[in-house]
Design a protein around this ligand. Sequence first.
Ligand code: IMP
Ligand code: MG
Length: 181
Amino acid sequence: MNKMNCDISAVLFDEHKIQTRIRELGLEISNSYKDSTPVMVGILKGGFIFLADLVRSITIPVEVDFLAISSYGNDANSSGIVKIRKDIDIDLSNRDVIIVEDIVDTGLSLEYIKDYIWQHKPASLKTCVLLDKPDAHKIDVCFEYIGFSIKNEFVVGYGLDFAERYRNLPYIGILKEELYK
Ligand code: IMP
Ligand code: MG
């Protein structure tokens, strides 16, 4: 019995659903980048499990790097303020780059990350997000690959945290409101 299960009001996507969708995304990316070796840039910390599973579902060569940012304190509301905690190591100039992000809420973090990566002059830049909350967008942000669209609820698990916890839940679930409101 997982001790964290009692903090979850509902399971949105179980392990099987997540893996099935990731296999589809991997196939799509493998087909689109047949003649290239893209650099997959995982956004830490939330994207670490998604990136690990996604790259293993891709059948063309890829390179992996990480960009660590922090946009949230210990609460569940977006500040819109993004800080870079770990920079990218691979030279991205003239490379095909794919950002791998856990979730798009307001869209402010992704917009910042995209602007930042464009400054490195990649040949192309696309984004793969596991979860999207379309009703929460504050700006018009676009991304090419998306796992699932969800309602405007706070979710944890599969890399996503609340106050650094729940990242190790194998599924994605809705956190009970009384734990953060
Ligand atoms: P945005 O800048 O508001 O789009 O926020 C994006 C970042 O906030 C994500 O990369 C997550 O790290 C975090 N975040 C947004 N919504 C959630 C959620 O429901 N659960 C956990 N983290 C979230
Ligand atoms: Mg994130």
